[in-house]
Write a protein that binds this ligand. Structure first.
Ligand code: NAP
Length: 284
């Protein structure tokens, strides 16, 4: 396969860092971006081009950075919208500004980066957009509202996008990881809002204790995940000769979570079908 040129957001750790290293090892070129260039010097030494990109910057700032990225190798073939973080806390405890910040990074940042690259992809009638969603794009677990809300929003935005750009020859892949061992839950990255409200305190604390226990013990191996992502984009390995789906959960926990949601939804449709079907005008 021809050498691909990747632009990846959020490369200082986790999936972004590992995907950069993995695709370099497969002979592709990478523009690894981070809001702090100090944190991606090792990727520079490994052969990636590095660029400073905070996805919360203005649309103009992001347009300028993406234009600079395109000029490095003359084109971009794959964009991976990976940068995100978690705000976790209850509805009555998380402030509006914290919710807005969550969406600024996970949703609006992704939106801006995607809008910046789309003219380039449209002009070339090719390109692959990869989005990293989550099991939290299927389930709103208690005290995970801000993060789950951001991933549900991303799912809807990206599903629409995929249908708009498929006729132009641009592919979209939405990856939904379950729980993987990255820095996502590390104390510096996770923005945890413990409850101050007596009715929620015990459940909120149990949730936060659970996340602390999960940090760095998650069952998912992110190296395996990034290998699959590269396979899907390149049509190699597990994707060789197969049609790549738009949406792919990753991890046994995500498999179960998605299945449970689908089965539960189908059951509601079966049990309540007569009510659901009863709302059209009689003359229709
Ligand atoms: N690990 C999991 O279990 C899991 C599960 C489902 C989905 N995901 C998704 O996977 C993606 C990557 O997360 P990860 O698990 O690899 O966690 P991670 O190790 O914490 O990496 C997150 C990356 O996002 C970057 N980032 C955060 N805010 C940013 C901003 N405003 N601009 C640019 N970069 C920013 C971080 O950079 P800094 O170092 O500058 O903060 C970091 O490089 C996220 O979309 C996450 O929601 C992860």
């Amino acid at each position: 396969m021809t050498q691909l040129i990747w632009l990846i957001t959020g490369c200082s750790s986790g999936f972004g860092e590992l995907l950069t290293q993995h695709v370099l090892s497969r002979g592709d070129l990478v523009i690894a971006t981070s809001r702090n260039l100090e944190k991606v010097q090792h990727l520079d030494r490994a052969g990636a081009a590095i660029l400073q990109l905070d996805v919360t910057h203005s649309q103009q700032g992001i347009d300028d950075t993406v234009a600079k990225a395109v000029s490095i190798y003359g084109r971009i073939d794959v964009v991976v919208n990976n940068a995100a973080y978690i705000v976790t806390g209850g509805w009555e405890d998380v402030e509006y500004e914290q919710l807005l910040s969550q969406f600024e990074t996970n949703v609006f940042g992704t939106y801006k980066v995607t809008r910046a690259i789309l003219p380039h992809f449209r002009e070339r009638r090719s390109g692959t957009m990869v989005f990293i969603s989550s099991l939290s794009g299927w389930h709103g677990h208690p005290f995970v509202g801000p993060y789950a809300g951001s991933k549900f929003a991303l799912e809807g935005l990206v599903e629409s996008l995929s249908r708009e750009i498929a006729p132009l020859g641009i592919k979209t892949i939405l990856i939904e990881p379950g729980r993987f061992r990255t820095n996502l839950l590390s104390p510096g990255n996770l923005q945890a809002v413990p409850s101050r409200i007596s009715e929620y305190m015990a459940a909120s604390q149990a949730h936060l204790d659970g996340l602390a226990k999960e940090d760095r013990t998650q069952a998912g191996d992110p190296r395996k995940a990034v290998t699959i992502i590269a396979d899907l984009v390149k049509g190699e390995g597990c994707a060789l000769g197969r049609e790549v789906p738009f949406r792919l959960p990753l991890g046994a926990d995500c498999y179960e979570g998605v299945r449970e949601k689908c089965e539960g939804t189908l059951k509601v449709l079966e049990d309540w079908g007569h009510v659901i079907h009863s709302t059209d005008y009689d003359e229709m």
